[in-house]
Design a protein around this ligand. Structure first.
Ligand code: PGA
Length: 239
């Protein structure tokens, strides 16, 4: 794993450069995208570069990592709304090629709907990840099997607590989500993980230098051949 420690502003620029290089080389790249506070700087930078004509998403396809289960369509806190507001409405990606997982993707007999769609699109070229305070990636909470594909997941109390800030009370935070599995994420050709802030420091330490264990889902990334981690100095303080 390559670990780069920089300011959040520089991280947004460096990560965006990785997208510019990828889309320059492969305009029809398949992008794995993430929600949360962490990617916002990167998404602003991608929108800026797209407007300036420095990169185009016109032939790209995207698959988001996860989505809450049980929120009505168009809910302000759904990840579809988040992606529309923070990225898709600011770039030239065709909206019909932006996929967000839903119940239908895991309700087929073998549960492989979303993974099969990713495979049909050619597989993910670059998967973006944040990391949970508990080391989760997507909504793969501690103890999720490394072999998991896209599935319906229970959110842990700590994740619901962390996400309460977007809702008016913890009772409104969904208890389940549909998430790419660990295997789904590991199948990406390259992975870019961003960690910002001291609340991520212990999870990042365990990810980079702890044992590879299902207790820390992100630790599986030690087994992936092409992972770049961008961390600010607060997140990197235990490395
Ligand atoms: P955050 O979430 O970017 O809002 O910190 C990251 C995550 O939980 O994966």
């Amino acid at each position: 794993m390559k670990v780069i420690v920089q300011s959040p502003e520089q991280i947004a620029k460096l990560a965006a450069e990785q997208y510019r290089a990828l889309l320059g080389e492969k305009p029809n790249a398949v992008l794995g995208l993430a929600t949360g506070s962490t990617p916002l700087g990167l998404y602003r930078e991608l929108a800026r570069l797209n407007k300036a004509g420095a990169l185009s998403f016109a032939r790209a396809t995207s698959f988001n990592l996860d989505e809450y289960d049980g929120l009505p369509a168009g809910h302000a806190q759904s990840y579809r709304t988040f992606m529309d507001e923070n990225l898709f409405s600011h770039i030239d990606i065709p909206i019909e090629r932006t996929y967000i997982p839903g119940r239908a993707d895991v309700s087929d007999a073998d549960g492989q709907g979303y993974d099969a769609a990713i495979a049909r699109a050619g597989g993910i070229d670059l998967q973006l990840l944040g990391i949970g305070n508990n080391g989760h990636i997507g909504f793969n909470e501690p103890c999720t099997p490394f072999g998991s594909r896209t599935h319906l997941a229970e959110l842990t109390p700590s994740t619901r607590e962390a996400n309460t800030r977007f809702f008016s009370s913890i009772g409104e935070v969904p208890t389940q989500a549909i998430t790419m599995g660990i295997r789904t994420v590991m199948n990406a050709r390259a992975i870019l993980l961003i960690a910002l802030g001291a609340a991520k420091a212990e999870a990042l330490r365990a990810t980079v230098s702890g044992p590879v264990t299902e207790l820390v889902p992100a630790s599986v990334l030690q087994l992936h051949p092409n992972v770049t981690i961008y961390a600010d100095s607060d997140a990197a303080k235990l490395l």
